[in-house]
Design a protein around this ligand. Structure first.
Ligand SMILES: [Zn+2]
Length: 314
């Protein structure tokens, strides 16, 4: 399926369509945003637009040409997708070599090929170095589309070779209207405004909460944080958190604490002890997502113990 245009992507879409119409598509685009704003959705639509054979007929993708039909079926031979393979944490050099090989072959359908790298910040150091030259002068009319929710992790040498398109969080009313419609369409039981609040206004972030049952996980974690503050054994809670995984636990605990602190529902001394934890959770999350490798058990136990200690300060 070619993704529908999203209302909060109007400016970004107009910019890309202008370059396509002028026959001046950049060699490499870097779509960057905080995540959850439909960055990958836009990338997929842009790939179809770049590959569309009827680009002179209004705004691509036309949805009807041979290329668009193939994009819609998910099997376009000139669209090359690169992501993190299941058993890995990074995009590795072999994957980049394979792309370079494929981009050197003649396109099968039209004049162009598109390479989609998502999440681009996971391209490791060696792979990034190998990619550089091709990114600067792609063979034929290949267009690279990189998507990153943490573009700062990308080497400056990669960033400087790309034209950036930013994806800020949409206006709240627009996000709410879109999410409400989407949830109704999916017969979802969740409330759009609640989800958006938890997802900090990011519409796709809100949808992911539903899709991955994250909302239920967050609810459980919030109950466990309260239990810790009320004197529950931190090691018992830590054992439960280990099952949930450091990645998700650190993300949600940071979020839950930030909301609690904002709501001022906590007493002064408890606040002062919990405040640094919000940043610590962010830091743990960065290390988990990046290439650092925190000791999972230790990090989880520390989190639980710090919250329990703060509870005792009340
Ligand atoms: Zn088309």
């Amino acid at each position: 399926m070619i993704p529908d245009p999203l209302p909060w992507h109007d400016a970004q879409r107009a910019r890309l369509e202008r370059s396509i119409a002028a026959g001046a598509i950049p060699h490499a685009l870097l779509l960057r945003g905080p995540g959850g704003n439909g960055e990958s959705h836009f990338a997929s639509r842009s790939a179809a637009a770049v590959l569309c054979l009827e680009q002179t007929r209004g705004s691509p993708p036309c949805g009807e040409c041979d290329s668009c039909v193939l994009c819609a079926s998910g099997g376009h031979p000139d669209r090359i997708d690169v992501g993190v393979r299941e058993e890995r944490r990074e995009i590795v050099i072999d994957q980049i070599r394979e792309i370079i090989h494929l981009t050197n072959l003649t396109p099968r359908i039209g004049r162009r090929k598109v390479v989609l790298i998502d999440p681009a910040e996971r391209v490791n150091h060696h792979a990034a170095n190998t990619l550089l030259k091709t990114l600067e002068e792609p063979p034929g009319e290949t267009v690279f589309i990189l998507v990153s929710t943490n573009a700062a992790l990308l080497p400056a040498t990669v960033r400087s070779r790309c034209q950036m398109i930013d994806f800020p969080t949409p206006a709240p009313a627009m996000a709410l209207e879109w999410l409400e419609k989407t949830l109704v369409h999916e017969h979802s039981k969740y409330d759009a405004a609640d989800l958006l609040e938890i997802a900090h206004g990011a519409p796709f972030g809100a949808l992911a909460l539903v899709a991955e049952e994250q909302i239920d996980l967050r609810r459980e974690l919030a109950i466990e944080v309260d239990a810790l503050l009320a004197g529950e054994d931190p090691l018992k809670i830590a054992a439960a958190w280990k099952v949930k995984g450091l990645d998700r636990v650190s993300w949600w605990i940071g979020d839950i604490l930030a909301v609690r602190l904002r709501e001022s529902a906590l007493e002064g001394r408890v606040r002062s002890q919990l405040l640094p934890l919000v940043d610590q959770c962010l830091e743990i999350r960065r290390r988990v997502m990046g290439r650092g490798n925190p000791n999972e058990q230790l990090a989880i136990e520390r989190l639980a113990i710090t919250i329990a200690t703060a509870g005792r300060a009340a």
